[in-house]
Design a protein around this ligand. Structure first.
Ligand SMILES: CC(C)(COP(=O)(O)OP(=O)(O)OC[C@H]1O[C@@H](n2cnc3c(N)ncnc32)[C@H](O)[C@@H]1OP(=O)(O)O)[C@@H](O)C(=O)NCCC(=O)NCCS
Length: 160
């Protein structure tokens, strides 16, 4: 298993099936227009994407003039591989990539069901719960100077 910058096409099926299961395979996904996005993937030895997210330069809505803000989206782990540290590794890779590109703050609109995951990665809430596309969300942010860089070992062979 490796965690690295990948082509968006490699993680497309994973992002669609986990986050937009109502969309047909091959349908456009939100974010397709972001040609400058950096996609991260935990890729199994067989080349299958196990976990992913993407990031791009985008000021947080509460600090619109900020030029060192990066937005994290479409965080997804294949169901059979959850709880093994892959999400933490992919967020760690996203942090490093944002930092290397001059980023100082990483933020996201987290689904309520995933807030605990981001808090475990050191994110902090901004504001309360809001509903987007009928799903409760909360904005979360991480100051990159404070962010740990995970070197956790994971067992990625599995049952998905
Ligand atoms: C949220 C998600 C990406 C987490 O991925 P994962 O690979 O299972 O995460 P990890 O195994 O790296 O978990 C890291 C830590 O967060 C915790 N954690 C993971 N998911 C959690 C959740 N939903 N709520 C609370 N804590 C969570 C883990 O227990 C682990 O804790 P530890 O550091 O004490 O061991 C995955 O559950 C997922 O794909 N969910 C469905 C899609 C989704 O909601 N994506 C987020 C959209 S904003």
């Amino acid at each position: 298993m490796r965690v690295e910058v990948v082509d968006e096409a490699l993680t497309r099926g994973l992002r669609r099936s986990v986050l937009r299961p109502n969309l047909l395979p091959g349908a456009p996904l939100p974010g397709d227009e972001l040609t400058g996005a950096v996609h991260l993937g935990a890729i199994g030895d067989d080349g299958v994407a196990l976990c992913t997210c993407f990031i791009y330069r985008d000021a947080p809505p509460w600090q619109p003039g900020r030029t060192d803000g990066w937005h994290l989206r479409q965080m997804a782990t294949l169901p059979g591989y959850r709880g093994r540290g892959l999400g933490a590794l992919v967020v760690g890779a996203a942090v490093r990539q944002a930092r290397e590109r001059g980023g100082a703050l990483l933020w996201c609109n987290a689904r309520e069901s995933a807030i605990g995951f981001y808090l475990r990665q050191g994110f902090r809430p901004h504001g309360g719960i809001f509903v987007e596309h009928e799903i409760p969300h909360q904005r979360l942010w991480l100051e990159l100077g404070d962010a740990p860089t995970s070197s956790m070992q994971v067992e990625a062979g599995g049952d998905a």
